[in-house]
Design a protein around this ligand. Structure first.
Ligand SMILES: Cc1ncc(COP(=O)(O)O)c(C=O)c1O
Length: 430
């Protein structure tokens, strides 16, 4: 008789996330949205009172930033950040190998070269120990990504940046609300970039924000996001339209009201989930740097110890765990060196010359840690997992322990499932 839910046995639970611990303030979202609508101020104009100017001020205050400018999305924020720092043709920018393609695409889109560096195996963020070897006379900036359930080591990165006179643009798309030594993510680098895209902890469907501590940089961003209108930037810059609407900002204001309470809950539940993982066999939580004073995450992540799961691919572990707990578990991004969404050479704008095309070729980079994490180790759950009730968290330990105990059944089931012709074809693409 099958014991594992994936083979038709009883699941550990059918309603793991029923608690709905994370708050929503739909009432405020709707109220602010109507206020924006009725005000007739639907855009975001400098020094003009609007839902956008209010959200920008509130987001800056929540993160502890001197300035905040709202933009269209978390891709344009990176591009505008680089252009604001005057980074472009002839320059290099260091980025991690495990991230959404935007982190590197933004570098190509200003005609600079993304230099792709491997990650730490226990935090999944860029490995500071590998950065100095990647620095050349052309390097201008580092874009660390605070990926999934951890922040990149801002102490070491700041030290390296200082030593080599580099800017840091923090990519905070995954980490709204996290704090490093009690300073908000995005406030320790020269600029901090946020995304408010659909899947993120705060969302207006789309949207982005840049944080900065320097007023001159703020006005340069305001100019850049608005077709190069000079405002108080004091320079003439060619640019495009990268502005958010006040209607989006209104929704984000309502979400921020709820998020003020959710942030500490996400941090506490993340620690509980880490403890639950560490109490289970064959897996371990990510290393949490002691400087992280609050960890808020777009995805919860933990790692498999592959030697504990012989002949059981990570994909199969994730499916079996999903069947036990009734929620989806995901694999991480494909490393940029062979990502299916990172093809910078396919864009004619990047055909500057043969040397440039060669320098942006993703296959240039060998990223063994990224590859191992991607193929064999990382297990991810989207942020609603943080709504699990405190007394239900240990079901994660139970589910993993059950899979570990029934490894033989799991292994045999893989053979049975992949013998089915449809599944066998699917397996070829995993
Ligand atoms: C790490 C990272 N950086 C940048 C982005 C780009 O943000 P957007 O989708 O708002 O353009 C994303 C989006 O998922 C992301 O995950």
């Amino acid at each position: 008789m099958s014991r594992l839910a994936i083979n038709g046995g009883d699941a550990v639970t059918k309603n793991w996330l029923v608690a709905k611990g994370l708050k929503k303030r739909r009432d405020l979202e709707r109220q602010f949205l109507l206020e924006a609508y009725d005000s007739d101020v639907w855009d975001d104009w400098p020094e003009t009172e609007s839902q956008a100017s209010r959200f920008a001020a509130e987001w800056a205050e929540f993160c502890g930033s001197a300035f905040c400018a709202l933009l269209t999305n978390g891709t344009h924020t990176l591009q505008v950040a680089l252009e604001t720092l005057d980074i472009g043709a002839g320059d290099e920018v260091i980025v991690p190998g495990l991230t959404w393609q935007a982190t590197a695409s933004a570098v190509c889109d200003v005609n600079a070269v993304p230099v792709i560096v491997d990650i730490e195996p226990d935090t999944l963020c860029i490995d500071p120990a590998l950065i100095e070897a990647a620095i050349t006379s052309r390097t201008r900036a580092i874009i660390p990504v605070h990926l999934y359930h951890r922040m990149a080591d801002l102490d070491q990165l700041s030290e390296i940046a200082r030593k080599h006179n580099l800017a840091i643009v923090e990519d905070c798309a995954h980490t709204h609300g996290s704090r490093w030594r009690d300073k908000g993510a995005g406030t320790l680098g020269t600029l901090g970039s946020y995304s408010f895209q659909r899947s993120k902890l705060l969302t207006a469907g789309e949207g982005g924000a840049l944080l900065m501590q320097d007023e001159q940089i703020y006005w340069k961003v305001v100019s850049q996001r608005s077709c190069g209108r000079e405002y108080r930037a004091g320079i003439k810059i060619h640019s495009g339209n990268y502005r958010m609407t006040s209607l989006q900002a209104a929704v984000l204001r309502g979400q921020l009201m709820a998020f003020r309470e959710n942030a500490s809950l996400i941090d506490a539940r993340g620690r509980d989930l880490d403890r639950a993982v560490d109490a289970a066999p064959g897996v371990r939580s990510l290393r949490r740097h002691k400087a992280i004073t609050r960890q808020c995450s777009y995805m919860y992540a933990f790692l498999l110890e592959p030697q504990e799961w012989p002949d059981i691919p990570a994909t199969e572990f994730r499916r079996a765990l999903a069947a036990e707990l009734g929620i989806e578990f995901y694999s991480p991004y494909t490393p940029l060196s062979h990502s299916e969404v990172y093809y910078p050479h396919s864009k004619k704008r990047h055909h500057l010359n043969k040397a440039y095309l060669g320098s942006i070729s993703p296959s240039r980079w060998d990223l063994p840690i990224c590859d191992d994490i991607w193929q064999n180790r990382a297990v991810l759950a989207l942020w609603p997992v943080f709504s699990v009730a405190a007394e239900q968290v240990s079901l994660l330990t139970d589910a993993i322990a059950k899979l570990h105990k029934e490894r033989d059944e799991l292994r045999k089931g893989i053979r049975r499932r992949t013998n089915h012709p449809g599944k066998a074809i699917a397996a070829l693409f995993l």
